[in-house]
Ligand binder design. Structure first.
Ligand code: GAL
Length: 732
């Protein structure tokens, strides 16, 4: 059963993933989903259930889920972020079974992350998939794949296999394990006799094994087959060979030093909350890796979907995953639940090569040594191959974990322009830890609420936003004792009234809530190699009167080109080199054009004729990118673009972006234009069909129905010809 459906002709028919209350974009009442919701499905008896184990597997349901069969509670799960299975076997009747699922969106103080205030929303609903699982009486429950000797010529693998045997049946049989490479060619195979629910299979001395690396994330697959007198089963599990180690002098992947640069990600979307499927999750990973040139993401502040983590494995994006929580630690029952969350997170995710660090503290909570000794010890017991961390905001915290991870907001304490700031933008690790010895150290947040910046904010503020991100990146690159830095945050997100700008949005992202870039996005993007993506982004709208007093100087251009040529219509041109002096440690410092560079020139002076500028970026002396900024931008066209041309049939989403552009294709940042959206074909629109551009752009998601065909999306406005995007929904 791929998903949870009732009769589609029923008024109350819903499909998964599902959000119990679709919220407006902003200024909503977040208590509207903080109550109980009920889902029901009739499960008819099927012959295939005879003599089998039948269960319902929930990938994620928010929160405190209770499951009833014909009115009798048969199971439940409090945590909203981890999967759980409800055993149906002893309860199923041949006459038909009514399954009722109650999810309680209330912020129950007995359950992490609740009990205090939290700066994000926990949207109620069965927001991930639910699966009907039918197996023999004994089946394979899980496998933990541990690699050893990864940097040696011959490597080894140990599989720890766990069977599910709910009735504790006596068991005789075999387990076959076979490892396949990325071409599905067999690498090694073994068969062992089993009589127990736990067994280990060792593969020593594997030759010609490829490493999992960021530029080549090579994945292997284990296929495990059970043959026993109590049943047969098979599972497949991907894994990779890599080492990941934090030491006092930084981080190493496969023995090579790597500065970790990344952003924090919430798993939320506008309108639908948490309820978006695999394609939307995967796309966020792709944005981080390919558009923002990040090499790490923190799943703030909870375990995120399998689809997101699988994609991180596939594309080579490292992950810091942490247990649910935000500043508050509850009572004993709460803590017990939190310890169980460590177990659930690690047992779900221990085979992802992308995960390099477990976060086993409640984000930014006070020290509680007894509690955190438990979470840390459990993490090490379950997974001796990975280091642990716990994210703090205070200095001098007791270090129980392997890596001191710190949210360092010190830069926000200074209003002065960055040339005059009295201190470095990051604290030194020793200043924070207060320890006599050096320790592994990673910065897990900075900026965020210290400098919220809306996409519609004035250019000067945007430049400062960019600068603050660059400053921290520069400082992290410049200190060998800092393994890296993970900024707050990837995109703006909906939140409680106690945070954000009153509109229920924290405008902390380098992207908008719709995943459209602010200028700060290019602070990250421009640090990537031009071989992957050439970036040339002037941090300006190129208008005479946008800044205080007027003009566009100093002009900052974010780029990974070697040098940049500015051409003015009067024939004047200026060549610029990256500003290595101010940002000595950045791989690609910004380019700065200052008033002094232009002495005697009319450029930027108030009252003079305002003119165009052409900016050309050069790599290896070749002009490879050109931007023309216009003195007289005129609203010219509405660009409507789908993130991908195709969608697979089953409830998959794709983002469609809408941008108002001038004659040269530049964004028109202040066109507050209403638009209406029309979707024709086998897909539905998520969110309202009438909305407005913000900062010259917006985006929305469409979700495919269970039919194939062509989808045409039309966006109408009063200013432009109708914009159109096409997506074909296939059967694959
Ligand atoms: C941190 C917190 C984040 C977010 C951020 C805003 O203290 O961990 O969840 O609230 O502040 O800057």
């Amino acid at each position: 059963m791929p998903s949870w459906t009732t009769d589609p002709s029923d008024d109350c028919f819903v499909e998964l993933p599902h959000t119990a209350v679709e919220l407006p974009l902003d200024y909503f009442d977040e208590t509207s989903y903080q109550r109980e919701f009920t889902y029901q499905k009739r499960l008819n008896w099927s012959e295939e259930f005879e003599g089998k184990e039948v269960g319902l597997v929930f990938d994620g349901s928010m929160a405190n889920t209770r499951v009833f069969l014909d009115g009798v509670q048969i199971g439940g799960h409090k945590d909203g972020y981890t999967p759980f299975e409800i055993r149906l076997t002893p309860h199923l009747k041949p006459t038909g079974n009514l399954i009722t699922v109650c999810v309680d969106g209330a912020e129950n103080p007995e359950i992490p992350p609740f009990g205090g205030q939290i700066d994000y929303l926990t949207y109620a609903g069965i927001y991930r998939e639910v699966w009907l699982k039918v197996t023999d009486r004994v089946s394979i429950k899980n496998v933990k794949i541990e690699t050893k000797g990864v940097l040696e010529t011959n490597k080894s693998v140990r599989l720890n296999c766990f069977l599910s045997n709910p009735d504790d049946l006596a068991l005789n049989g075999t387990l076959k394990a076979e490892i396949f490479d990325a071409n599905s060619d067999s690498v090694a195979a073994q068969v062992i006799e089993i009589a127990d629910s736990e067994s280990a299979i060792e593969f020593p001395e594997l030759a010609n094994i490829q490493l999992w690396a960021l530029d080549r994330p090579y994945l292997y697959e284990v296929r495990l087959s059970l043959r026993s007198d109590q049943g047969i089963d098979q599972i497949r599990q991907k894994f990779g060979f890599r080492t990941a180690e934090f030491t006092a002098d930084g981080f190493r992947l496969n023995g090579e030093k790597l500065k970790l640069i990344g952003l924090n990600r919430h798993q939320s979307f506008p309108y639908s909350g948490y309820a978006q499927g695999p394609a939307s999750q995967e796309r966020d990973a792709d944005i981080l890796k390919y558009e923002l040139a990040c090499n790490i993401v923190r799943t703030s502040h909870y375990p995120q979907s399998n689809a997101f983590l699988d994609r991180c494995d596939e594309i080579g994006l490292l992950v810091l995953e942490e247990i649910p929580g935000w500043q508050h630690i509850g009572g004993d029952a709460w803590k017990e639940e939190s310890v169980q969350n460590v177990r659930r997170m690690i047992e779900r995710d221990w085979n992802h090569p992308s995960i390099i660090l477990w976060g086993v503290r409640i984000n930014e909570s006070d020290d509680d040594d007894a509690f955190y000794l438990r979470t840390n010890t459990l993490a090490h017991q379950l997974d001796p191959t990975r280091q642990t961390s716990g994210i703090r905001k205070h200095a001098g915290s007791s270090l129980l974990e392997d890596v001191y991870t710190m949210n360092d907001f010190v830069l926000g304490e200074f209003e002065l322009p960055h040339e005059n700031r009295p201190r470095s933008p990051l604290r030194s690790p020793s200043e924070v830890t207060g320890l006599p010895q050096k320790t592994p150290y990673l910065v897990t947040e900075y900026n965020g609420h210290m400098f919220p910046t809306k996409v519609t904010d004035q250019e000067q503020r945007q430049i400062e936003h960019v600068t603050r991100h660059l400053e921290v990146l520069n400082a992290a690159h410049g200190d060998d004792n800092i393994a890296g830095c993970i900024g707050w945050c990837m995109f703006d997100y909906n939140t409680h009234k106690d945070f954000g700008s009153g509109d229920r949005i924290c405008h902390h992202g380098v992207l908008t809530i719709f995943r459209e870039p602010k200028f700060a996005a290019y602070a990250y993007a421009s640090q990537g190699s031009p071989e992957n993506r050439v970036v040339l982004q002037p941090v300006t709208y190129w208008a005479r009167g946008e800044r205080n007093i007027g003009g566009t100087l100093p002009l900052m251009i974010l780029s990974n080109c070697d040098f940049i040529r500015l051409n003015f219509p009067n024939g004047a041109s200026f060549d610029l080199l990256p500003d290595h002096q101010t940002f000595a440690h950045l791989p690609h410092p910004p380019f700065m054009l200052r008033q002094d560079d232009l002495s005697g020139s009319e450029v930027g002076q108030w009252g003079m004729l305002w003119t165009d500028i052409k900016i050309v970026g050069y790599v290896d002396n070749n002009p490879i990118v050109t931007r023309r900024l216009l003195a007289n931008p005129i609203a010219t066209r509405l660009e409507v673009k789908s993130d991908r041309p195709t969608l697979s049939q089953a409830r998959n989403e794709v983002r469609i972006s809408v941008k108002a552009l001038d004659q040269a294709g530049n964004l028109l940042p202040y066109i507050d234009l209403p638009i209406t959206i029309e979707v024709d074909g086998p897909a539905t629109l998520i969110g309202p069909d009438t909305t407005a551009l913000r900062g010259g752009a917006t985006a929305f998601w469409i979700r495919s129905k269970r039919e194939s065909g062509d989808v045409v999306v039309r966006v109408r406005s009063t200013r432009f010809a109708t914009g159109e995007a096409r997506v074909s929904v296939s059967n694959s």
